[in-house]
Structure formats: structure tokens, C-alpha cells
Design a protein around this ligand. Structure first.
Ligand SMILES: [Zn+2]
Length: 163
């Protein structure tokens, strides 16, 4: 993806107030992010362990989503699969819940997805981060096809958030 500035990231959020988007923690090391290997930028809030955020380009424009995540519990030690990048982790997948944008979100509606806890799906797909033995299914897809699937899965989730 194309590198984003802090300002671009803050103005991209679709499911939180302007005030929240101004205050939330954006990674300080944006210039050092591996942008060429990222399909989306995802990060955890270092000040609020139950918060995570992601930004992805949709139709050429960045769209940001804030997420609530469950704190790590004992149930997470079993193996589970990320529904974005299809990587299997032992204890590395979290339920991420996004308030829906607009009126639906104000009424408390949200959408959930099981996803890599570190939001590094792009790196797992490319083999740049290792989730351990048996993490990747043996598939006949090319890397490009796996990347497309990852983007499609995440885009479908964001479409539900903004629907
Ligand atoms: Zn993943």
C-alpha cells in the first residue's frame, strides 16, 4: 500500500467521533512501516490494550476502523484461524469488534471478526512473519491470489462496518 501520514490516518476513520480520531494512538514509526509488504496498516493501542485500529485503501482512499478486542484469555491457547489471512495460530487470534459507522453504531450495533491479534496478516501471508508449525495451509494459490483473498476478506468486513 502507499505510505500514509498521521493526518491521513486520523481523517480516514469511519466509525468513531472526530475527537476520538484525534486522540487515538497512531504508530510513531510510520516512515519505518514495511509499506510495500502491507495490504493494510493495523496496530494495537499501546495505551489501551483492548483497542486496535486498521487502515486500508478502498477505491483509492484510506478507510480507518477502530476495533475493540478481547483481552487475552485462557481460551485463546487453542488453535484458531484468522478469517482475514487464513493463518492458524495457537493463541494469536482475537475477536475484533468494530462499532458500525453512523446511526447504526450510535445505537450500539457492531460487527465482529476473528483476526490475527497483532493485525500483521499482510506479513503472515508473505511469509515475512512466522506463526509457527502448521500455521499455513498447503494451498495451490499463488502469493498474489492469497494477497487478493486477504484484501477481499478485510474489505468485506469493512463494508459491513460502513453498511
Ligand atoms: Zn490474519
Amino acid at each position: 500500500m502507499n505510505p500514509l501520514t498521521e493526518q491521513e490516518i486520523r481523517t480516514a476513520f469511519v466509525n468513531c467521533s472526530k475527537g476520538e480520531a484525534t486522540r487515538l494512538s497512531v504508530p510513531r514509526d510510520l516512515p519505518e512501516q514495511p509499506w510495500e509488504d502491507l495490504d493494510f496498516l493495523g496496530w494495537r493501542d499501546p495505551r489501551a490494550p483492548d483497542r486496535a485500529y486498521l487502515t486500508i485503501a478502498m477505491d483509492g482512499r484510506p478507510v480507518g476502523v477502530q476495533l475493540r478486542t478481547s483481552t487475552v484469555g485462557s481460551w485463546q491457547t487453542r488453535r484458531s484461524m484468522c478469517s482475514v489471512c487464513v493463518t492458524t495460530h495457537t493463541g494469536g487470534v482475537s475477536l475484533m469488534v468494530a462499532p458500525r459507522s453512523g446511526k447504526a453504531g450510535k445505537q450500539g450495533n457492531s460487527v465482529g471478526i476473528y483476526m490475527c491479534s497483532d493485525l500483521a496478516c499482510s506479513l503472515y501471508v508473505r511469509g515475512k512473519r512466522d506463526a509457527g508449525v502448521g500455521a499455513r495451509l498447503h494451498e495451490s494459490l499463488t502469493l498474489e491470489e492469497k494477497i487478493q483473498r486477504t484484501v477481499a476478506n478485510l474489505t468485506a468486513f469493512i463494508a459491513k462496518v460502513t453498511a
